[in-house]
Design a binder for this molecule. Structure first.
Ligand code: GUN
Ligand code: ZN
Length: 442
């Protein structure tokens, strides 16, 4: 595709830092702003009057007024092979894995199944305004080839990996310490750093890996110190009890991952609900990230994440869908449920903090804070256009809204895929509301 230059006009919102830490001065808002995209990057941004007479002059213009324009949403934890697991009835985590999830994931050794699942997932993420994600594939290397292939065709920045698991699941899903190591290494060679793709070392979680596999994982992680790591930590009481029995030498769940060198920068720990102070301190000291998955935690009855404790400990914290334990692809729905989980804890998630988390905050939690998550010159042109009045109920509520903060809170509380007017990634328009998905090269 030829390099594209275009201008995008609308109500532009971005975050130069974390408003929870640095206050409202980091919020950038242009009531009538225009940004210029060139070669997949944001080149300039400012007041429309200045931009249209200057840098944006003569460029094709996408005029999205009166809609909001933000950095594309970032989803730091989800499972590609679980698009047909969502809404499976009546179980907590360990039984949900055995009854629904493992049988479903067993199908993904078939490249056609993995390609169809990856295609659906990426179309659905774009339809929800999400342009980057940290993605678990299955233990089958083919599932990673399928996912990265589809991400590459769309020009998306994606982080993904082959799940390593060598016990506690059907034979079709198990690798071995040796195979998990070698297959991961071959996938790293094939995909890591290709275009916008990066590989994540992905041990599923301690209960499905033997100590031998965790040792092989430690060796892999040591060989590739700059790679992402992703796994699950302290989601559910039954899981924690299992870890206590399986690793009797460990004083808590987090120490298992510490022992194998996995608590480090760019290590993404899903859930982190039932942590002790010691565990939080260890995650912060290692530079790891905790990922809050509210719709999943409510759906599986796992527990209530403590955002204040995570932040107070100094842990980088993100918020994610966790498809398919999670029940929505929408980061708006996810933030809305996050707000409710925190309300049950007596905590607050103000709207500017929520929209920061969905964009720049999640990017920072993934170690990608210098590439995505902001509308700033030099950042990659991943952009979402949002309609605060997508439904009659929202139009009615908006009649009484006076501030940007109120508007954003209504948008996150009532919004969903219907709120997403358009999604751009790498400067290309990949989704428009009410239109069929755009499949380059098809
Ligand atoms: N822990 C280990 N695997 C999974 C998974 O697929 N989903 C969730 N929510 N937790 C997990
Ligand atoms: Zn998960």
């Amino acid at each position: 595709t030829p390099p594209t230059s275009l201008a995008i006009r609308g109500r532009l919102l971005s975050f130069e830092g974390d408003p929870a830490v640095e206050g409202p001065s980091v919020v950038r808002f242009w009531e009538d702003g225009t940004l210029v995209v060139a070669n997949g990057l944001i080149e300039a941004i400012g007041e429309s009057g200045d931009m249209l007479a200057g840098r944006a002059k003569g460029l094709p213009l996408a005029d999205h007024r009166p809609h909001l324009v933000m950095a594309g949403f970032v989803d730091p934890h989800l499972h590609m092979p679980q698009t047909q697991v969502i809404a499976s009835f009546g179980t907590e985590l360990m039984e949900w894995l055995q009854r629904y999830t493992f049988p479903e994931e067993s199908r993904y050794g078939d490249p056609a199944v993995a390609a169809a699942g990856s295609r659906f997932l990426l179309d659905e993420l774009l339809r929800n305004g999400t342009t980057s994600a940290a993605v678990y594939c299955t233990s089958h290397p083919q599932s990673v080839d399928a996912f990265f292939g589809e991400a590459e065709r769309r020009g998306l920045r994606m982080v993904a990996g082959k799940v390593m698991m060598d016990r506690g699941a059907p034979e079709a899903l198990l690798d071995t310490p040796q195979r998990g190591y070698e297959e991961s290494k071959a996938l790293i060679a094939r995909w890591h750093g290709r275009g916008r793709l990066s590989y994540a070392i992905t041990p599923r979680f301690a209960p499905t890996s033997t100590e031998a596999q965790l040792e092989a994982t430690a060796a892999l992680a040591a060989e590739f110190p700059d790679l992402h790591v992703q796994t699950h930590l302290s989601e559910n009481e039954g899981e924690i009890a299992f870890v206590r029995e399986a690793f009797p030498w460990s004083k808590d769940y987090t120490e298992v991952y510490e022992r194998y060198g996995l608590v480090r920068e760019k290590a993404l720990f899903g859930h982190c609900i039932h942590l002790s102070d010691r565990e939080r301190t260890a995650l912060a000291a290692g530079g790891a990230s905790a990922i809050f998955c509210p719709t999943s935690n409510l759906f599986l009855g796992s527990g209530l994440f403590d955002l204040e404790a995570s932040r107070a400990a100094g842990i980088k914290t993100g918020i994610a869908t966790d498809i398919g334990g999670g029940t929505s692809y929408s980061m708006l729905r996810t933030a809305a449920e996050g707000y409710k989980v925190l309300a049950l804890k007596g905590e607050k998630l103000p709207p500017l903090q929520a929209f920061h988390m969905m964009t720049a905050g999640n990017a920072a939690a993934m170690g990608l804070g210098d590439k995505i998550g902001r509308l700033s010159p030099g950042y990659e042109a991943d952009i979402v256009v949002l309609d605060s009045e997508a439904t009659p109920a929202q139009r009615r509520r908006m009649e009484r809204v006076e501030t940007l903060g109120e508007e954003l809170f209504c948008l996150m509380t009532m919004g969903d895929d219907r709120s997403i007017v358009a999604t751009y990634a790498g400067g290309r328009l990949l989704h428009e509301r009410d239109k069929a998905p755009f499949h380059p090269l098809e």
